[in-house]
Unconditional design. Structure first.
Lengths: 643, 260, 257
């Protein structure tokens, strides 16, 4: 198989994977498919797809300026591919934006609701207008073959110079405004990236990247279609890019020095290492490579230089867009594989469109001959069943679509449970209440109120923090027993024990701190070694087997809900530990508060007195369950909900 | 009147009544800790929280309702407003979901409904509907110790300074929110350092919209300037090439100006 | 065992369903493209749409054509197909799974009807298998895989029926479900890559015959070239390989227009 077809096969595969993720993204939202968070609301899709994409497409305005304004006619042959790359790049940006926006179907609101103070508003408008300009600039190429469009084409060709000038002006604006976006977050961006001249830095690096991208694209397509590499033509472009990069380095370090931030260069934060990697890839290494003699002759050397530089500049955009954020929790944003797949999928789609355009229209002076299009080439056969796939072109169609379908299926296999992911809740298994903490708990309470510790200190005191974060409630078990009338009062709270057990802990059924648990043990009830029941002994015949049509547990387990229990059991879905405890405790507290006119006993602080320090356990627990200060606040239930 | 809230952390007993009142008034559902939370108790369904750290102190966190809000200046569709009365409110119907407000906010306040396929940005609106009709926010109304109080910003500032004066040594001598990032409507006085409510940096006095303003004001000039420069260059280069061509023709002995 | 069942009804089911939907879409589109290519290559551009429609509908619904020739086979086959398609889609328990995992649901069959339909599929499926095995003309045109399909197709129905009426179950509910789900997933996976794909290709088969299956101009020359007789004119190989009889038939109006 030829290079082009092998590449296309890989691209279609990426597209298939991305299709699976895309469907999940729009069905289940950003939470299910990204690693974004309230601390880092922007990530790879903004950094790479939007900011990187716009910068990668800078070749369009740089090359049109070179040829049409500066009249350097020797570069005329690269205008069409450069404009095409820019056009597809901006289309990719728009598509990437549709994935990243929470409400992509509102994207057109920018045309009717205006906020000219916002850099993003300006970027949005510029990109829209520039995409139009690029469409008009490129349209004459596909229109060449259609005689009906000849007059439109002639008109657009006449309009070329104004279009080029407007395109350059628009590019200047939004390339720099992408930097302006971040001017408003001086406290968020790491000081090595934040700078008042970010717009200028973005614009300059975009020119460098545009030139490098042209080199990369020229050599890559030359390799693909086995054309002669344009090494001689690319050399002056590389050298121009070198000067731009030198200017960029001077601006960036000059700005750091001017603002007295140079000391950060040797700080020990991981961001500093990132900075050096970025600077090395985007400027230092390419500059060194540009100075070597090989750059003049070797196409491999040229494209390696360009590849390193483009990687570096795209990394810069990703850093500014999310990686180099200072987030309060210090949490590091790393993209989820789904985010990477979507980004790659968009690139793949753009590349496939590029190859299509190149093969079907006169983007280059000579349309590349498809090595497989020869009608005399032997037909291909499926290797598995030796079925006829047709001529190589038709066989390609069959293979690409198969790659797409298989990859999409594989993507669906890889996507875990999107429903669970979109809830964002990590399962938090619960643990037994900690006993014998009386002394610590009562001392804490006593220290807070200033009164001496009560006599019950040390006996019958539990610490309820089922997630073991040490944020919990000191529960005076003995006191509750005494107040509610001795041993007989157990039934008020212990509503549904495990069979033949009067003291099973709450955590045994309320098995997750924040999520409900199915506490019915299906396996055991249906298993011959357990209760050995047939389905129809509990489930009603003729209905789907859900909790809606099933015998209540109390039909068999008559002692499970003792008379006088506070809570009635309607279903075997046990609420989360937090909900269960809150409903149970707050219900009584609210009633008593109303009856005895003591509002303070129904307040959170009555029970939640703060963090308990289990000195011995703390290090271990904190290293594993670290959500310190996670406050989950629930309104107290209405009294009527509690029986 | 410019609506404002003054929170005195020394008076807060951490009872979370304000949080519950906020939930009730704004009809916010129960929430569970989620992967994307910031560990400060705030979420799309929890617009205020009481942070129980550090060291047994209680600090209330909510939207600061900046006098010159970064989020309002950042929103590309103008869904965020600074009202005359003081609160920063938002129209969810206009939102496109770009989350630039979340990036721009120096206090990290706006939260996103990540779990929703149709998500919106949400945050405290200082009970705008209530204060518009002369009421006060639910949180200040229910506070049992008057640790968080509502009033006119100037009066609250006066109260704050009075408390600082009258209790030397009890407080850190500073009103948080008086002047940083141009001043906020939600003020704090405290006996502990409150920089953990922000990204941990000491804020300057410059309002953040001022940071983008020069760049945005340069936009029309950049557009016209770049366009004019390109047009001018085009004209000059074209002219020069034409002259050169004529000169070359002359040297070659051809008739000047003759083009076939 | 629960973990295996969860895998089959979670990721594996998503994989199978995606492969089935996209795979069927793929072969449908490819077939249409091939019809288009074939039509372009043909010298004979006459397409008898009416005949294609008549044939397609006639073979799809047994009451038109097949009924006259083989009444029992056509009825059994028709009922088998109806049950095969309707039961899994409109079974209340399946819809419940959809609602739990994606949040969408639609009208369900009553449980009694679903039970009867499942039985119908099992017995008609078994009947088709026996018919193929016992009727010698059918046996002669059968491949080995043709015996396999009815058996595979009724497997999830048998296990599902037993699992939902557990009084008659020889094994535990879980084991039944395991076989049920894995065989169901396997069917979905195989549909687009095997002859089961006729579920979407059936309406196209007459179209292919009517539009695309004609000899492109110069076909004989290429055959000759491939066989190594390129230097000899085609008619030397076989004088009957001319289009003259066809053209004459068209002239006479014998080929439908």
């Amino acid at each position: 198989m030829d290079r082009v077809r092998r590449l296309k096969l890989i691209l279609w595969m990426l597209l298939g994977l991305a299709a699976a993720v895309a469907i999940t993204r729009f069905f289940f939202g950003l939470g299910a498919t990204t690693h974004l968070s309230d601390a880092t609301p922007w990530g790879l899709w903004v950094g790479f797809d939007v900011m990187g994409g716009v910068a990668l497409a800078a070749g369009g305005f740089v090359v049109t300026a070179t040829v049409y304004i500066f009249k350097l006619d020797e570069f005329h042959s690269i205008v069409r591919p450069a404009v095409l790359t820019a056009f597809l790049g901006y289309v990719a940006v728009a598509v990437g934006l549709l994935f990243d926006l929470g409400l992509p179907w509102h994207i057109w609101y920018m045309t009717i609701y205006w906020n000219p103070h916002s850099p993003l508003f300006e970027v949005g408008w510029c990109v829209m207008l520039y995409l139009t300009v690029l469409t008009l600039e490129f349209f004459p190429v596909p229109a060449e073959d259609i005689s009906a469009l000849a007059s439109v084409r002639r008109f657009l060709v006449k309009l070329r110079i104004p279009l080029v000038i407007v395109g350059i002006a628009l590019s200047t604006l939004h390339q720099s405004s992408l930097g302006s976006l971040f001017l408003i977050m001086p406290y968020r961006l790491f000081p090595l990236w934040y700078s008042p001249i970010l717009p200028v830095l973005f614009f300059v690096s975009a020119i460098g990247l545009g030139l490098m991208m042209v080199i990369l694209e020229s050599h890559f397509t030359a390799y693909l279609y086995r054309r002669k590499p344009e090494t001689k033509l690319m050399r002056p472009l590389g050298e121009a890019a070198g000067w731009v990069l030198i200017l960029y380095l001077a601006l960036r370090f000059g700005d750091l020095a001017y603002r007295g931030q140079l000391h950060y260069l040797f700080a020990s934060a991981w961001q500093v290492k990132l900075f050096w990697v970025e600077i090395a890839a985007m400027a230092i290494v390419p500059l060194v490579m540009l100075w070597q003699r090989q750059f003049r002759k070797s196409s491999n050397w040229q494209w390696a230089t360009a590849a390193i530089a483009t990687t570096g500049i795209v990394l810069n955009r990703i850093d500014v867009g999310g990686l180099a954020d200072l987030s309060r929790g210090g949490s590091l944003y790393l993209p989820e594989w789904t985010e990477i797949v979507i980004s790659l999928g968009i690139v793949a789609a753009a590349t496939l469109l590029f190859l299509f355009m190149v093969e079907h229209f006169r983007v280059w002076e000579h349309r590349p001959a498809d090595p497989d299009a020869d009608p005399r080439k032997l037909p291909e056969f499926n290797k598995v069943g030796f079925t006829w796939l047709g001529t190589p072109v038709i066989a390609g169609r069959v293979k690409y679509s198969l790659a797409f379908v298989l990859a999409a299926g594989f993507g669906f296999l890889l996507l875990g449970s999107p429903r669970a992911a979109s809830m964002g809740a990590t399962p938090t298994p619960t643990h037994r209440a900690r006993g014998n903490v009386g002394n610590i708990g009562l001392q804490l309470a006593a220290a807070r109120t200033g009164k001496p510790a009560p006599a019950t200190a040390g006996t019958g005191v539990l610490y309820l923090d089922a997630d073991l974060t040490n944020w919990g409630v000191t529960f005076y078990h003995q006191r509750e027993i005494d107040r509610n009338g001795g041993e007989k009062s157990c039934v008020i709270c212990h509503h549904m024990n495990m069979p033949h057990d009067q003291e099973s802990g709450c955590y045994e059924c309320h098995r997750d701190m924040y999520l409900p648990t199915d506490s019915f043990r299906h396996d055991w009830h249906a298993s011959p070694k357990g209760a050995n029941l047939a389905c129809v002994q509990c489930h009603e015949r003729g209905y789907p087997r859900t909790s809606a049509h099933v015998k209540p547990c109390s039909d068999c387990h008559k002692d499970l809900v003792p008379a006088g229990a506070t809570i009635k059991i309607t279903t075997y879905i046990a609420p989360s530990y937090v909900d269960a405890m809150h409903t149970l405790c707050i219900g009584c507290h609210v009633k008593v508060a109303q009856k005895e006119n003591k509002p303070e006993i129904a307040r959170c602080a009555e029970c939640h007195k703060g963090k308990l320090n289990f000195a011995a356990a703390q290090n271990y627990l904190y290293s594993r369950h670290a959500p310190a200060g996670r406050l989950v606040v629930l309104p107290p239930p209405k009294v009527s909900e509690v029986h | 009147m410019r609506a404002a809230i003054l929170t005195d952390t020394t008076k807060c007993i951490g009872c979370s009544e304000c949080v519950i009142a906020c939930k009730k008034v704004n009809h916010l559902p129960n929430d569970i800790p989620q992967r994307w939370d910031m560990n400060d108790g705030l979420s799309a369904d929890n617009w205020t929280s009481v942070i129980g750290e550090p060291a047994d102190k209680f600090v209330r966190k909510q939207c600061r309702h900046c006098l010159e809000p970064a989020c309002v200046s950042a929103c590309p569709v103008g869904a965020m407003h600074k009202t005359e009365l003081g609160p920063v409110i938002y129209e969810s119907a206009k939102c496109i979901g770009c989350r630039y407000c979340m990036m721009a906010c120096p206090f990290g306040i706006p939260r996103y409904q990540w779990s929703d396929p149709v998500p919106h940005v949400r945050k405290c609106i200082l009970c705008y509907d209530r204060i518009k009709e002369g009421g006060q926010p639910a949180c200040t109304e229910v506070c049992p110790t008057k640790a968080t109080i509502y009033g006119d910003r100037d009066q609250l500032l006066a109260i704050a300074h009075q408390r600082l004066r009258e209790n030397p040594g009890k407080y850190i001598n500073r009103v948080w929110g008086e002047s940083e990032v141009g001043g906020t409507s939600v003020l704090y006085i405290s006996d502990i350092d409150l920089s953990f409510l922000t990204y941990g940096e000491q804020f300057g006095k410059m309002p953040l919209p001022d940071a983008t303003r020069p760049a945005m004001e340069a936009v029309p000039f950049a557009f016209v300037g770049m366009g004019a420069a390109m047009a001018g260059l085009y004209w000059i280069i074209k002219r020069r090439m034409k002259l050169e061509a004529e000169r070359a023709d002359e040297k070659a002995g051809g008739k000047p100006g003759s083009e076939e | 065992m629960t973990a295996w069942i969860d895998f089959a009804r979670g990721p594996l089911f998503r994989l199978s369903l995606a492969l089935m939907v996209l795979g069927l879409l793929r072969i449908f589109i490819i077939t249409l493209l091939e019809v288009r290519d074939g039509y372009r290559a043909n010298s004979d551009k006459i397409v008898s749409w009416k005949e294609i429609r008549r044939q397609t509908l006639g073979w799809l619904f047994p009451m038109f054509r097949l009924w006259r020739q083989r009444p029992i086979y056509s009825t059994v086959s028709f009922l088998f197909h109806i049950g095969l398609i309707v039961t899994p889609i409109f079974l209340a328990s399946h819809i419940l799974l959809w609602r739990q995992s994606v949040g969408i649901s639609w009208a369900a069959l009553p449980q009694v009807a679903a039970n009867w339909l499942a039985l119908l599929v099992i017995f008609t499926g078994a009947g088709l298998f026996l018919g193929r095995a016992l009727y010698s003309p059918a046996r002669k045109i059968s491949h080995r895989q043709d015996y396999f399909w009815p058996l595979l197709l009724i497997t999830p129905f048998v296990t599902g029926y037993i699992a939902s009426n557990a009084v008659i179950s020889p094994r535990t509910y879980q084991e039944m479900m395991l076989v049920h789900i894995y065989s169901g997933d396997l069917i979905l996976l195989l549909i687009p890559f095997t002859k089961l794909a006729h579920c979407v290709l059936a309406p196209l088969s007459q179209l292919v015959t009517g539009v695309a299956w004609k000899f492109p101009p110069g076909a004989g020359d290429r055959v000759a070239e491939t066989l190594g007789f390129a230097d000899r004119p085609t008619w030397v190989l076989n004088p009957r390989l001319t289009t003259a009889p066809v053209e004459e038939a068209i002239r006479k109006g014998g080929v439908a227009k």
